[in-house]
Design a protein around this ligand. Sequence first.
Ligand code: ADP
Ligand code: MG
Length: 701
Amino acid sequence: MHDFLETSITYLPGVGPKRAELINSELGIYTYRDLLWHFPYKYIDRTKFYRISELDPDLPNVQIKGKIAGYSTEGRGTGKRLVADFRDESGSVKLVWFRGVRWITQTYTPGTEYIVFGKPGIFNGMINIIHPEIESAGKAAERLVSALQAQYSTTEKLKDHFLGSKAIGRLMGTLIKQMTFRIPESLPPWMLAKYKLTDLNEALRNIHFPSVPEEIEKARYRLKFEELFYIQLNLLRFRNNRIRKYKGFVFSTVGEKFNTFYFNNLPFELTTAQKKVMKEIRKDLGSGRQMNRLLQGDVGSGKTLVALMSMLIAIDNGYQACIMAPTEILAAQHFETITKMLKGMDMKVHLLTGSSRKSLRKEIEESLLDRSLNILIGTHALIEENVRFDNLGLVVIDEQHRFGVEQRAKLWQKSLNPPHVLVMTATPIPRTLAMTLYGDLDVSVIDELPPGRIPVRTMHYPESQRNKVFGFLRSQIAGGRQVYIVYPLIKESEKMDYKDLEDGWDTISRVFPPPEYCISVVHGRMTPAVKEASMNLFREGKAHILIATTVIEVGVDIPNASVMVIESAERFGLSQLHQLRGRVGRGAEQSYCILMTSGKLSKEAAARIEVMVKTNDGFEIAETDLQLRGPGDIEGTQQSGIPFDLKISSLSRDGQVIEYVRNIAGEILENDPLLEKNENSILAAEMKRLFSKKQSWSNIS
Ligand code: ADP
Ligand code: MG
């Protein structure tokens, strides 16, 4: 029976090889299953008829019934059009065609009753409908479709080949008529009963051909439930496997290093949130289970310190620790901060990046193996083959969204027994979304900033007010502050981006000339040494302005820099804007973020700028981001290990269902961890079908 769903759509009457190929490439539909799971995005109520006198251009698609009184031709040249005067007892409306005139006049005769469907518009003060659908009233009555007509997404190319929404609906009808038997249920009967779910066959029929709105709701719920349930079941199963398979190192003591640091070196009191998170981490580390924890905290919330203290616990228990950062600048900064914080303590810390000298590399490699190296800080260089630890106990991954799943997994394999893993991110995501994207991790949140921070003030200026902005920068610099000016860097147009940066540099160095002003520049095309030198100039306060591409996006911490100017802000995504803004507001002074835009903004860009000006709350920004970008486009979904597109549910919007099915999945696995029980055989089979192809990500997520 399974074969039926896996049948190629080529064999569906009305399709054939040519159309099949089109449907494959345009919609990714290959099999009967794919087609059945191509769900409508909305429904139109075909039982409702408007009276022509009720029509107005604000209405969406409408349906009217009446007769053609006569045809005429209006306009000239490309504006030439066929107009039918269409009437019911309440009034008349113009039906307009710019193409297919002969066919229309031959097919639709005056005097016959027709049903007309389309979007009312207005032209010269008269209501019209351009290119309506027309069907004879008699034929419509015979047609066996439900009153609620499903609308399917399609493409321009498919429409050109007569595969619009209506045609897809017809194919769906043909396919469903062929389902004279019951296709196999994909959830066990006990679940259908317990959670009051419509069975699969009914759900599929009803979602495509509903007779009443309640049927749509029930069908959608069942299909959503199923889609999200299997994702959670899979995530939890892997989590359980991991816990069963690997024993974690037990870090039983909080020892001398930690205490020395805490009581002698720690320059400030931990925030309540930092304390809470440290408690969670200590519990993990002592539990005998391998830790796999995500630490979320807005930019500037003090994650580095938590990482450092966790590493000290590892060291106190005789293990080594490492921290991996996505850029050289950030790794170097961690190295500097951490070395400074550990001052006076007997600890060996090294920095390893792509540009580390050979002699240093050698020393690192040796001291890793003879255990004299306590903490290794670095970039991707850490995951190279020849970097081997003797007893790696804890891995910290900073700004984890910058790393792929595979890179993270590689670090995991640096030790025979997997080390504890702490991944940190400043890209806040709503909790229910985190559950899925990072469903295999436990989550800790730092939800407060260190005290004394003054919220950054964000302002939006169009290009025309650039001089005003320059004046403001001048006054800030005169007050002893430093300024970042950031240009976008988007891969596809790298050349153009660098040109932006170069032009910008030209202008700015003219407006802020030496010797009064010192400007340093950082971008991705520089060698690491040059980059570092420029960065240092700014870090040490010698440069007033740092011009940069987004290489500075993550993690840079320079408290005296109090102004962030983002050029072409309309070209940045929201989370990037928020990250960049997080570079300022770290010192005691009022800080500013200035968003420069040019030209007319798209609706989305305007909305992004607006929310940036309105709020500093990372979670609010993340929520807005999800809404603006839509469910299919969330940063990290590709990394999430969900090997298929979501057909009906949304990770961001269906939070409640996600929580619900996650609990259900948890209960099931508690009673039947390997899904071996008879009653769960359907679950085991579906899991195999859905997830057996792509599992290598599963070690770490
Ligand atoms: P992020 O979470 O963005 O990585 P950092 O770890 O870089 O943030 O911390 C930002 C700044 O806040 C650093 O200068 C750090 O020294 C400081 N900081 C961290 N924790 C505290 C605290 N409890 N009290 C005061 N300042 C703190
Ligand atoms: Mg950081």
